[in-house]
Design a protein around this ligand. Sequence first.
Ligand code: ATP
Ligand code: MG
Length: 402
Amino acid sequence: MVQDLQAHGYEAFIVGGGVRDLLLGKLPKDFDVATSATPEQVKSVFPLCHLIGRRFRLAHVRKGGSITEVATFRGHHRDSDETGSLSREGRILRDNVWGSIEEDAIRRDFTINALFLDPVGGEIRDYVGGYKDLQNRKLRLIGEPELRYREDPVRLLRAARFTAKLGVEPVAETAAPIRELAPLLTDVPPARLFEEVVKLFLAGHGLRSLEALQRFGLSATLFPAMQGGGRQGKVRVGLLLRKALENTDHRVAESKPVTPAFLFAALLWQPMDQLAKEFVVNGDLPYVAVNHAAEVVFDLQASTTAIPRRFSAVTRQIWVSQLRLTKTRGKRWQRMLEERYFRAAYDFLLLRAAEDPELEPLCKFWTEAQVGIDFSQQRKRTRSGDRPRRRRSNRGNAASGG
Ligand code: ATP
Ligand code: MG
């Protein structure tokens, strides 16, 4: 790809996370390309590519099985009056100005994310000292930190994420403003924050992400529904949440599927459960109380992160199922085993038992109940000669390590 662009006389480099991860000896998730060619010129080199993006246009070039983002070197508006590109809080709203490679380097967030690699010549272009920072495992914002955080408050979360993911440590100037600027996150569109939460917690370093968010004082703003953990922008983190994140990290390491539904069930369980208990004291039936509490907690959380409905509906199911899992008498429990959400609900029950040993007999009941159902289906199969029926309970199996 880079060769193709170079062959047409354009400058082209691999840039960003791909270069950084290569130099750290990690396997990059993907490669982004930065080039002197404009999107239209990229299109003339790769006629089948797609031009996308409103805020800034880039080309998606498909080669082999994967899609590579090819972006033109970008400059940076600095004078808000002249260009109208900054919001009143200093956020970048429009960013589509082509620039030189140096300008493209300095508009990036951290120095370690601003390295350009020419895979043909093997040369690395470093305009911001990123190579040395990478060697020293330092995370350093390019430019004036407070200004850069204000331009795009998501950089606050990215600081925590790279700390967790890469084992780098922010230098003092980069770390200092974070706690105080945390409230800026409430200006970021909730859909974008949802994406960031997914990258923080479902990419294999969730527990370390939480630790970084806590340490930097970002968690309370990011999770307004969670109970504050005293001062300093922290939240209360129980054993259930720790275990959930630990299990999720293991699942990612084993390439098993994980879902935001289970993640949010664990993140928001404590406040939801407490609220539901209060509603019960005030006379609500348990099911009503849980549904109502779920609504309140989702509403609160929605002020920062928009949890898409397809996930929040499952989260709610996992919670409501905790009540159903207490019904072990009679025959009703057998139907529970057939529920789509059974497996996720059961995994969640196991997590709760980590905090509440009194739930252990219930866990045991459901563990044994599943052995029973496997056995009976086995018998049915051999009798009827049917193809084995896929157990519905395998679906909805979420972020826990069941
Ligand atoms: P990851 O491993 O998570 O993909 P990444 O560094 O590749 O990490 P991306 O979000 O894929 O992160 O962004 C690609 C590159 O774009 C970054 O390396 C950085 O140079 C630049 N970039 C991304 N987000 C921002 C931002 N908010 N502000 C400035 N530059 C950014
Ligand atoms: Mg990337």
